[in-house]
Design a binder for this molecule. Structure first.
Ligand code: ADP
Ligand code: MG
Length: 382
């Protein structure tokens, strides 16, 4: 998991009932033959957000972005920006721009000419164009490189030119489809922060498509997780990780242990339920936010880092499991252990290396006792 978090505003607009959404997507559906690329998607995005659409390949992210740009016409649904219905406007009349990947730069033009291209097409006066181009070059810290051609730039620099070009017309909304997909890992991380800083500086609302959950978690104010054309959940990065609403989200965001079971009993005073899990041959105590009737099939999600590991059985613990270490992965900052319970169920646990040591703490076949709090067990619809 990424450790960097975007600075959240004091009052998040999505928590303020009086705040007006800037971009409203209402009941948007788009089919290709029998495939629902977007299936009744509704979403509100606020001014100044860096909002991410996150999902696997084919989940409908690009289709939704193209619908916002006006490049694809939905079968049903409306798009509103700043209270104005833009659903019937052609792409060039929308206050929206799309940033294409860096290879879409014109190779025969200099950096300056690339940035000026759209402004010239709009017949902006030459003096104003010069001023705007200089502004954009400064924004992306490329003022010294304006006379270069794209092939004289590094991958990261080309990316910045593409961004400057897409911001030059000062769109109200910038759409980015996998903008960092062509960059290698290190450059990608660096560029993520650069993109976040620039977005914060200009204050333009960004909608970013990515299949990379770490990228979305790092950059976004909020994310929508998409699956088969539908939105599974919309929340902040921490909200998705700690309070997933569905099994899909729990598994898609980070690693987790998922166990199927049935509600065995409910304690309204404590706000807890006991879930009988066949795979673990035991009951798991979990907190709930909404009561769930006894007998309901559910899944329980427990994050690997929420599980405490002991060499001897701890007393007074809300949840306990025992098993043998069957797999160890040493990752430097953490070790991941797979622990096999007598039932055959595998639990994934994570140990953080706080103290410097050359080896993971435990070994294959070690018997480990695993405990976790009721609050760390998330009950999800089956
Ligand atoms: P993502 O960007 O999340 O990978 P897309 O929006 O590109 O997903 O695609 C969603 C679904 O719609 C996929 O099943 C894809 O095959 C289908 N699709 C997208 N565009 C077209 C098209 N122009 N013609 C036919 N099917 C399409
Ligand atoms: Mg796509």
């Amino acid at each position: 998991m990424s450790t960097q978090l975007r600075r959240q505003p004091e009052v998040a607009p999505w928590q303020d009932p009086s705040a007006q959404p800037f971009l409203r997507i209402q009941n948007v559906t788009k089919t290709y033959g029998k495939v629902y690329a977007c299936d009744d998607v509704s979403l509100d995005i606020y001014q100044g957000e860096l909002f991410a659409l996150l999902g696997g390949s084919g989940s409908g992210k690009s289709t939704l972005l193209r619908i916002l740009a006006g490049l694809v016409k939905p079968d049903r649904g409306r798009i509103l920006i700043d209270g104005v219905d833009i659903s019937d406007l052609p792409p060039y009349e929308r206050p929206v721009n799309m940033m294409f990947q860096s290879y879409a730069l014109f190779p025969h033009m200099t950096v300056e000419q690339n940035i000026a291209f759209g402004l010239k097409q709009d017949r902006m006066p030459a003096a104003q164009i010069r001023e705007r181009v200089a502004q954009m070059l400064e924004l992306v810290r490329m003022s010294d490189l304006g006379k270069r051609k794209p092939d004289q730039l590094s991958g990261g620099q080309r990316q910045r030119v593409a961004l400057a070009r897409s911001l030059a017309k000062q769109p109200k909304l910038l759409l980015l489809d996998e903008p960092l997909g062509a960059l290698d890992r290190r450059l990608r991380e660096h560029t993520q922060f650069e993109l976040m800083n620039i977005q914060e500086k200009v204050g333009t609302t960004f909608v970013l498509v990515t299949h990379d959950q770490e990228e979305a978690m790092t950059m976004a104010s909020r994310l929508a997780v998409m699956n088969a054309g539908m939105i599974e959940q919309v929340s902040t990065p921490a909200g998705l990780y700690e309070y997933p609403a569905t099994r899909f989200v729990a598994e898609f965001i980070g690693a987790t242990n998922l166990f199927e079971g049935r509600i065995a009993s409910q304690d309204e005073e404590q706000g807890t339920v006991k879930v009988h899990c066949d795979a673990l041959e035991r009951e798991i105590l979990a907190r709930y936010s909404d009561p769930i009737p006894v007998g309901t099939p559910v899944s329980v999600s427990i994050r690997p880092e929420k599980i405490d590991v002991h060499e001897t059985a701890p007393t007074a613990t809300e949840n306990l499991a025992v098993g043998q270490v069957v797999e160890i992965a040493y990752l430097g900052d953490v070790s991941i252990y797979q622990v096999k319970a007598p039932s055959g169920a595998i639990l994934r646990v994570q140990e953080t290396h706080v103290v410097r040591s050359a080896e993971p703490h435990y070994e294959w076949d070690d018997t480990l006792y695993l405990s976790w709090d009721a609050a760390s067990a998330v009950v999800l619809p089956a």
